[in-house]
Design a protein around this ligand. Structure first.
Ligand code: SAM
Length: 175
């Protein structure tokens, strides 16, 4: 059964993120994309990583030492808000906007890791998200990583916690 552990200011960190956080080089800067309440920003900051949290609503994270907050709409056609920046860790959870895939992949520094987990097709049977725009197709995260990252772990399955859902998730490194 899926475990959800490690509660932080922004909520309970994903078990997948926790399980693969060790792929991020110690002390390396982490990008938490579409950070929301910042559960993973807090998690990595607590592990000693400087964090850049990006979201269109970053109010929940404002003022937290060690977390640089960047307010940006990632879907309005504006340029990628972190041009030329690469990160030891790139974390994306419960968020999908496919046009960002190339920028997400490019944001993984040499030696760094991508940790991505979000809902997949079939999740509509459990509720939202049910719009196909927000649901990964089979193997889609593999397609995101494979051009130049090495896949360390990949799953596509039904989880029970924090609520029943169908998710796809990947951990990959730029070797
Ligand atoms: C379901 S929440 C996930 C938050 C966090 N990643 C987590 O797993 O706890 C989705 C997040 O995407 C952000 N978001 C949605 N559309 C966005 C956009 N166009 N630009 C920036 N952020 C957006 C929302 O503000 C929200 O914080």
């Amino acid at each position: 059964m899926e475990k959800s552990v490690s509660s932080h200011g922004g909520g309970t960190a994903s078990g997948w993120v926790i399980a693969h956080a060790g792929l991020v080089p110690a002390g390396g800067r982490v990008l938490d994309l579409a950070a929301g309440g910042g559960r993973h920003s807090h998690y990595f900051a607590d592990r000693g990583h400087p964090v850049v949290a990006v979201d269109r609503d970053i109010t929940a994270l404002a003022g937290r030492p060690g977390i640089e907050c960047l307010r940006a709409d990632l879907e309005d056609g504006s340029p990628w808000p972190l041009p030329g920046r690469a990160f030891a860790g790139v974390v994306v959870t419960n968020y999908l906007h496919r046009p960002l895939f190339p920028a997400i992949r490019a944001a993984v520094a040499a030696g760094g890791a991508l940790i991505y987990e979000t809902f997949a097709r079939g999740n509509e049977r459990f509720g939202k998200p049910s719009n196909p725009d927000f649901l990964l197709a089979d193997n889609e995260l593999l397609g995101l990583a494979l051009p130049d990252l090495r896949v360390v772990a990949y799953e596509h399955l039904t989880i029970e916690l924090p609520r029943p859902a169908i998710v796809q998730r990947i951990a990959a490194i730029r070797a």
